[in-house]
Structures are given as structure tokens and as C-alpha cells.
Design a protein around this ligand. Sequence first.
Ligand code: C5P
Length: 402
Amino acid sequence: MTDLAKKRLLLGITGGVAAYKAAELVRLLVRAGVEVQVVMTQAACQFITPVTMQALSGRPVFTDLWDNRIDNGMAHIDFTRDVDAVVVAPASADFIAKLAHGLADDLLSTLCLARMCPLLVAPAMNKQMWENPATQRNAAQIRSDSITLLGPASGAQACGETGMGRMLEAEDLLAGIEAFFQPRLLPGRHVLITAGPTFEAIDAVRGITNSSSGKMGYAVARAAIESGAEVKLISGPTCLRPPAGAELVNVTSAQEMLKAVNEAVNWADIFIGVAAVADYYVLNPSEQKIKKDAHILTLELAPNPDIVSNVMNLPNPPFCVGFAAESENLYEYAEMKRRRKNLPLLAANLVQTAVGGDDNELVLFDDEGPHPLPRASKIVLARQLIAHIAKLYEKIPNGKAA
Ligand code: C5P
């Protein structure tokens, strides 16, 4: 379950080809434990049927201000009184114009005007329509009316053109809705994060690495963005899509990771080292692929720099958080590591529970002792970690750790 469990959302669908993505969004929301009430405009019903949305949401769908299923004729008022937010996805150019001007000529536009809860809209239109000064004026107007825009994204469009105006994919909309409900615990803070493994070349194709999917580090980056921070993510090789809003720097080796960290560290208020940095690199890696033969191959390994310790030893270091993956004696080894690296906070997990999966269990170690966080998805744990960091960070008199 995600943090959205038990939330109630009203999903408005307006007329656009992207209406098909609303079906997937409802599926994801329902799976996350959200109660979804769907309201569609007449134009939306040209693209996708209310029957589909009813089947997916498990609730009757409303399309008409004058629907006689509503006893008191007050659907436009009642529908938003017990929901946590209204989400309009897709939101057409016409619908955004209506919102900007306070028009209310159908059920969806009327309930948006009458609502007392937050409104999130996901624009979806052709790029010329999006870039038209009228749409840009309307989008700016609704932003300044405290309406949250999710997207749009850039890419191939149904009309055959390419550009800005595509609706976000359902998964990104879900992430945006979840992010909306997170507290802004680190507003404007600069957070530098390392994630993933490093890869130390042996020759042109082979190398030494650690098993790390990067999922925990990417989840920490996402949670930091949700908390209102600006995030730079320095990542070793992973197969993951970076969280929207993070500035990504891709690196391969530990030396490259250290260089990228050094370039960004003065900017950072908080440094979180989630990367599984390889402890050794190969001295004199071969530029060409080493030919296989029957002889024993000996590699000379030299220790890599410890990036977290390097940061911690700077004259004015950011608030530093380390990670530790242990295969046994988690409490003892993790606290020893925290003391050895002189870190105010270290998050530890067992290799057996952490690597590769979407769930994890963490124990946070600080000066007050261990704080176990029970098994949950990596994003839920990452949010708890960010909340803990924010609490400790607030106590530092001048913002920096030293
Ligand atoms: O010593 P160990 O590798 O177990 O410590 C883990 C912590 O130290 C993690 O935060 C990891 O990102 C960081 N680390 C580092 N540079 C290294 C090795 C580990 O920053 N060379």
C-alpha cells in the first residue's frame, strides 16, 4: 500500500485522446487503495465510455448536471465535500480556459468552481494549442489560483506532431498525486544524493561491481523532491528512470562519483550517500578486451576513496547521511560504521532484505540510538528517512553539520 491508501479522489475526465490513460490511472489509484469517483464531460464520453470507468472505479460515473440519480440536484456541491482532492486528467485546453475564467456550464466545471478541496490538473493537448499564448495565460492564471499542474510532458503526440502538451503517463500522474500529499519538510534545501553501484573496469568489457539496483537511492531522491528540496542525483549504472525534477549526473566508477560529488558538494545543505561504492578499483585496466586463456589471471586492486568520509572531512560539510548494507550483526556493525565515519545519521539494512526488491526494512542510527522502520516499500521508507533528516537538520544552528 502507498501513502494514498484510504484517500478519496474525484477524477474528472475531459475530451481528449489521452482519456484512455485515465483508465490506467483509475486502475493504479484503486490498486493503491484510493476511492475514486469519476465525473466525465460529454466530450470525454466520445473518447472513452462511462461503462469502462465505472467498471474500473467500482462506482457509478456521472456526466450530467441534471442527473436524476442525485436526489437533491446538488451533485456539483456534494461531490467535492468529502474528497481529499479533485484531479482532472486529461484536462483539455478548453477546460483549462474554463477554470481560468471561472466558467461553470457542465457538471465537472461547476463542481471545480464549487469545490473546497485542492485541484490538480493534467493538461493534454496538441503542442500548438499548449504553446498558444492564450493557453499559456490560462495555465499561469490557474497556477496563481493555487491549482497544481501535473505536466504536460514533451513527446510524440496523437496528431503526429512532436512537442510539449502530451499528458503524463498514468504512473507519473500517480507519483505526482502522491507527491502532492507529502509534507514540505525541506523546502528549498539543496540535497545531494549518490545512488546505484559503481563499476570498476577490468578491460574494455569486464568490470567489478556491487549488486545494487539503485532503487533505494532513487526513492530517497524522489522523497527529497516531494519534500520541496532541490535534488542532484549522482548515479552509477542502473536501469531506472530518474525521478521527475531531479538533476541527474551519470557516472561509472567510484573516482568519477567522487569527482561529481566534489563538484556539487559546496552547493549541498544535505548529502545522502546511498550508493554501493565498490571498495576497490583495478590498477591498470586493459584498454582492449583481455583474451581468455588457460592461465590464472591476477588483478591488482587498489582501495577506492571513501566518498562519504571525504565529504564529512570537508571544513564546512553538509549534513551527512550514510547507508550501510550488512549481511549479519546489523545493529552492531552499523553503529560502528556510523562512529567510524563520524556521521550524524546512518540508515542500515540487511543485504538479504534490501537488494533488488521494491520493499525494504531500515534501521536509522543517530546519537539517540537505533530507530527501526518496519518493512515497507522503498518510497515509504525513503519518506520516513527524509522526515528523520528534516527533524535532525532543523536542530543544527547554522544549517551546516559542523
Ligand atoms: O564502508 P561501507 O561501504 O559499508 O559504508 C557504506 C556507506 O559509505 C554508504 O553511505 C556508501 O555510500 C558510503 N561509501 C562511500 N565511498 C566508499 C564506500 C562507501 O561513500 N568508497
